[in-house]
Design a protein around this ligand. Structure first.
Ligand code: SF4
Length: 214
């Protein structure tokens, strides 16, 4: 029998903890989706389209949500029947189709904004330093998953061509965003930024080196 003197490895215990958190987040998503009369995958599609007013393709949706193409197609079709998304021909390639939120889809997401689930409540109870530390850890985990090819490049500061880490002496705002030409702090690091533009691989590697050392 396992005793405190002989615990599972720290890696295993962290994974167990993350699995618990993932289960709570899934339950939160399920409750939010149920209240909106959709399923959690459809909710994920709406959430993904929120910061993409220009729309995106079915393959992109499938890749980012880690679902199959047929599941993405079925989910978009169901949302279309409910009037929450629409398909439009791409401006650049008439054969390609882009999926966008409709006004009703935007309104639904706006209405959900205040509906933080249990995971949000738990995060909110961390102190400010704890939140900043957790955000940084989340960024590092996502970066590693990107490097492993488990997730596509995310719209994070760490992969953005506008990001200049630790260029200001101000300890509260050491980073610079060239898109808005402003300094910002560790707490403002973005995970999914609409203005993100992916840097080339060499720049990403150099930026990450500076960021993680800082
Ligand atoms: S544009 Fe967005 S992702 Fe890029 S550095 Fe600025 S805040 Fe970060």
């Amino acid at each position: 029998m396992e005793t405190p003197k002989n615990p599972a490895s720290i890696d295993q215990r962290i994974e167990e903890g993350l699995a618990r958190l993932a289960a709570v987040i899934r339950a939160d998503d399920w409750n939010r989706a149920k209240a909106a009369g959709i399923n959690p995958t459809q909710q994920g599609v709406l959430d993904y389209l929120r910061g993409r007013p220009e729309g995106t393709g079915l393959t992109d949706i499938a890749v980012h949500l880690l679902i199959s193409q047929p599941t993405a197609t079925d989910s978009v079709a169901a949302l279309e029947r409910k009037g929450l998304v629409a398909r439009r021909a791409s401006d650049t390639d008439r054969r390609a189709v882009r999926v966008l939120l409709t006004e009703a889809g935007v309104a639904l997401l706006e209405g959900q904004r205040g509906e933080g689930g249990m995971a949000r409540i738990a995060v909110d109870r961390l102190d400010e330093a704890g939140k900043a530390e957790l955000l940084l850890t989340v960024v590092k985990l996502i970066k590693t998953l990107q490097d492993l090819g488990a997730v596509p490049v995310q719209r994070m500061c760490a992969t953005c061509r506008h990001f200049a880490p630790f260029v200001h002496p101000d300890g509260d705002k050491p980073h610079h965003c060239h898109y808005v030409d402003a300094a910002f702090g560790q707490r403002e690091i973005r995970i999914d930024c609409h203005e993100h533009e992916t840097a080339d691989p060499a720049s990403r590697a150099a930026t990450w080196e500076v960021f993680q050392r800082g």
